[in-house]
Design a protein around this ligand. Structure first.
Ligand SMILES: Cc1ncc(COP(=O)(O)O)c(C=O)c1O
Length: 399
């Protein structure tokens, strides 16, 4: 900071985000409030993160308890919350061991490192290439933006990381190339969230899993957006009848408290041994308290059977809107991760919705992304539908 004159011209926060013009200061359940006490229905859930709604009581209580005892200790010591959360995640998935980190990008970074180290140290003498798919999104670190199959995310960051190649998503024939590339691993999303809410075709996923099995390629699913109940099951892969070798998770795991993880099958987990990977904060007592309370609540409250019902209701409402407004071309997605494909500008809809006290998102230029919390009520979905219709009318009138 040179002097007071420059302070008035340069914002102290770097300009990496185009922000909407509201300041949120409070949240509870499906609602948030801004600094002027305006209330909004939040169908973004902090981008698929506040899966239990804002400030959920079971997580708040567990965090408050942990705040009284120990905030942080290094991974050089045993961390009981971490061990319990790992046990819960492995008991409820096809994986056997967990590595904890702090974000989605770090989880995918860990998955990529695990795949390379497994190829180099365990299998030996084989390719350490990782194959990903076009339109995918895997994060913003150098390795994960390289893994991301979108040029706009990679622009300006060359040289990118070596060792990645890309195939078209949902293209069955293209999968045959895997038998020639023989990569160490394939990393993919079961629903491409940022790429436009595009669900993977079940037959394509089965073929991909089969080729990986036959060719000793690690099957790694990025469940950072689809995981922790968002899809209607704890993990979306369960609905596709596959058993991935590595699952990356983050977002919903901590109900808004920063945490990420990979869950790996025993064989793949051999890629890491003491000293091979680590993180100061990864899985610390506070973060894993949030994770433990979140996952315990999801499992014990039987919330996911409710998600299936409420997702069907949301679908019905969205299909109703599609039948009424011709600019809506398609409704797609899984569980409570929905995309509304429009012929018009999705960002304009999202911006106008804020003036109707509704928060929604885009997923590319023509897709409105709808992510209510898993705890959403029927009445709140009705409120959403009304606010969205008001938004459409307001745009139509040119207000
Ligand atoms: C599928 C997927 N992978 C990875 C990431 C990156 O997660 P984070 O922003 O926590 O680094 C995201 C974030 O949107 C995502 O949706």
């Amino acid at each position: 900071m040179a002097n007071n004159t420059s302070v008035s011209q340069i914002l102290p926060v770097m300009a990496t985000y185009s922000r909407f013009p509201i300041t949120l200061v409070k949240g509870k359940g499906s609602y948030v409030w801004d600094d002027r006490e305006n209330k909004y229905l939040d169908f973004t859930s902090g981008i698929a993160t506040c899966n239990l709604g804002h400030v959920p009581d079971p997580v708040k209580e567990k965090l408050e308890e942990q705040l009284q005892n120990l905030w942080h200790c290094s991974n050089l010591y045993n961390i009981p919350n971490q061990e319990q959360l790992a046990a819960l995640l492995t008991a409820n998935s096809c994986g056997d061991q967990v590595f904890f980190c702090n974000s989605g990008a770090e989880a995918n970074e860990a998955a990529i490192k695990l795949a390379r180290r497994y190829a180099n140290k365990v299998k030996g003498n084989c390719s350490s290439e990782v194959v990903t798919f076009e339109q995918s999104f895997h994060g913003r670190t150098l390795a994960t933006l390289t893994a991301t199959g979108q040029e706009k995310i990679q622009q300006g960051f060359s040289p990118l990381m070596p060792g990645f190649s890309y195939l078209p998503f949902n293209d069955s024939e293209a999968l045959d190339k895997l038998q020639i590339i023989k990569p160490a691993a394939v990393l993919f999303e079961l629903v491409q969230g940022e790429g436009g809410v595009i669900p993977a075709n079940p037959d394509w996923v089965k073929k991909l899993a089969q080729i990986c099995k036959e060719n000793d390629i690690l099957l790694m699913v990025d469940e950072i957006q689809t995981g922790i109940g968002r899809s209607g099951t704890l993990f979306a892969y369960e609905q596709y009848g596959i058993e991935p070798d590595v699952i990356s998770i983050a977002k919903g795991l901590g109900s808004g408290f920063p945490i990420g993880a990979i869950i790996a099958k025993e064989e793949a987990a051999k890629g890491f041994d003491p000293g091979s990977h680590g993180s100061t904060f990864g899985g610390n007592p506070l973060a894993t308290a949030a994770g433990l309370a979140t996952v315990t609540h999801i499992i014990e409250s039987n919330l996911l059977s409710q998600v299936k019902e409420i997702s069907a209701y949301l679908d019905k409402q969205l299909q109703g809107l599609k039948a009424k407004y011709t600019f809506i071309k398609e409704i797609r997605g899984i569980g409570l991760l929905k995309g509304m494909v429009v012929e018009t500008n999705a960002l304009e809809i999202v911006q106008k919705a804020i003036t109707k006290n509704l928060l929604i998102l885009t997923a590319g230029p023509n897709v409105v992304r709808i992510l209510p919390p898993l705890t959403v009520k029927i009445a709140e979905i009705n409120e959403f539908t009304e606010a969205l219709e008001k938004t459409f009318l307001s745009i139509e009138k040119g207000e």
